[in-house]
Design a protein around this ligand. Structure first.
Ligand code: NAD
Length: 479
């Protein structure tokens, strides 16, 4: 299957085309050329998927957590052996560099492995007291929706946690980046995952989510993507009271205080921001700098951004590849024009690179009017705004002045300021003196409009479990 560039659906343990034979073109964002086709699921396929996931659930949920965990660890090892091939396919579909794609697959391996090694512990009954026990049970069929920016990590994270919990899964992966779902499912299959426990579909996202969530068979929904779509899914899920895990948008600030190591901060921001061409939900987008060091820091940041070599993803000299699709280029043009029309100054970048492919350069804007769209919408691309602040109160107010609350960052050596910032920043995750993304072993969730429900860590497995309280029973009798 993975030798071919025609990606199929995976239903009840078999790779197949959709019921009506429809498919979609797969584009390479570095050339804007078609490189393959992706099969599209129609309603009968989705019904087959629901039947398959429900039928496999009983057997899978009764498989011991040790066995489920061992299978995930085996799958992680199998995937590790395929990283070079899988990363090449991901880079060609998504536009990220080959090095970034390999790094992403290394994290995907970690996600499977971590969930595998924690399956038994998180599934074990535990006592409340002498006569009451909590028995964790799989929640049921999970519908998982993953986007195109980090498809390997996000597929592995959602599949790893739900398989560890003993659930069966219907994965609707992004049509733009189908190979990651295919490679990960092949690894799970090779590791011995029973038929029907994982199913993979592509197609029309709203049609698929509406049809799957209309079924009471689905008990949980896990979605990573934009806030408007997350809200839409939560509304539909209310119909069957399906539990939602929603990892949505972000608009993350970095606050740089005057005692910070300015070179370190500038390089760290630039390196993290321009990974995956800025298309990461927790990438920083608003830099707030103490006025006394503003000019010096801005010069360093612009220099760091201009050192980023933009080019073909398969060129080892490239630091940043193209954006994933034409929609992101349109958004970069719209956000930049709006900011400049309102008086912003372009410090670097700001126009599409004149070559085939969706290339946009690292872009830094200053003097940005507060009502500019780039400060209100999630930019989701290689655009940074930089502004000065005078007091810590002003910095905190500015940092929190967004509807999002996914990640916040700050740079200072002062323990007092560190303590105050940790208390005051409203975000699901905070990083101090460096920028860091999600990991397999720690819970992560947004606040405010960035979503709810944890992914990662023990909490990520718990998200797909019901905790059954049993009165009058000793823990030892259910272990
Ligand atoms: P989009 O909101 O249409 O799609 C985002 C993802 O959600 C895609 O993978 C898509 O297939 C899926 N999706 C869309 N509608 C859906 C539906 N009704 N049911 C189920 N899945 C659905 O927009 P896009 O142009 O692909 O991406 C642009 C925006 O999406 C970005 O600006 C960013 O805000 C957001 N996004 C966020 C993440 C993230 O990691 N949080 C990842 C990708 C995109």
């Amino acid at each position: 299957m993975s030798d071919s560039i025609n990606y199929k659906l995976f239903i009840n343990g078999a790779w197949r085309v959709g019921n009506n034979g429809a498919d979609l073109p797969l584009l390479n964002p570095a050339t804007e050329r078609a490189i393959g086709r992706v099969a599209v699921a129609s309603v009968p396929d989705l019904d087959d998927v629901l039947t398959s996931a429900q039928a496999s659930l009983l057997q899978w949920s009764n498989t011991s957590a040790e066995e489920r965990g061992a299978l995930l660890v085996r799958a992680a090892q199998i995937l590790k052996g395929k990283i070079d091939t899988a990363a090449a396919a991901l880079s060609m579909e998504q536009g990220k560099t080959l090095a970034e794609a390999k790094g992403e697959y290394a994290r995907a391996v970690e996600m499977l492995e971590w969930n595998g090694t924690h399956a038994a512990k998180t599934s074990a009954p535990y006592p409340i007291d002498e006569r009451r026990v909590v028995v964790p049970e799989p929640i049921g069929v999970v519908a998982a929706f993953t986007p195109w920016n980090y498809p390997a990590v996000l597929n592995a994270r959602k599949l790893g946690a739900s398989i560890a919990a003993g659930c069966s899964v219907i994965l609707k992966a992004a049509e733009e980046t189908p190979s990651a779902g295919v490679y990960i499912i092949e690894a799970l299959q090779e590791a011995g995952l029973p038929r029907g426990v994982v199913n993979l579909v592509f197609g029309n996202p709203p049609m698929i989510s509406e049809h799957l969530l209309a079924s009471p068979v689905v008990r949980a929904v896990s979605f990573t993507g934009s806030t408007p779509v997350g809200k839409q899914l939560a509304k539909i899920a209310a119909g069957n009271l399906q539990r939602c895990v929603l990892e949505l948008g972000g608009h993350s600030p970095v606050v740089v205080f005057e005692d910070a190591d300015l070179s370190k901060a500038a390089w760290a921001i630039s390196e993290y921001k321009f990974e995956c061409a800025g298309q990461s939900c927790n990438a920083p987008s608003r830099i707030l700098v103490a006025r006394s060091i503003y000019k010096e820091f801005l010069t360093k940041l612009v220099r760091a951004a201009e050192k980023i070599r933009v080019g073909a993803p398969d060129d080892p000299e490239t630091d940043m590849g193209p954006m994933a699709n034409g929609r992101r280029i349109d958004a970069m043009e719209r956000l930049t024009k709006d900011a400049v029309d309102r008086g912003a100054k372009l410090e670097t970048g700001g126009t599409r690179i004149d070559r085939a492919g969706y290339y946009w350069p690292p872009t830094i804007l200053t003097n940005v009017h507060p009502e500019s769209k780039v400060l209100c919408e999630e930019p989701f691309g290689p655009i940074l705004t930089v502004a000065a602040f005078d007091t810590i109160e002003e910095a905190i107010a500015e940092a929190n002045d967004t509807e999002y609350g996914l990640a916040s960052y700050f740079f200072t050596e002062s323990p007092e300021i560190q303590k105050r910032m940790v208390r005051s920043l409203v975000a699901g995750a905070i990083s101090m003196n460096h920028l860091k993304g999600v990991s397999a072993d720690a819970p992560n969730a947004g606040v405010k409009q960035s979503g709810y429900g944890y992914e990662g860590g023990v909490e990520g497995i718990r998200a797909f479990q019901n905790l059954k309280l049993v009165n009058g029973l000793k823990a030892a009798s259910v272990a």
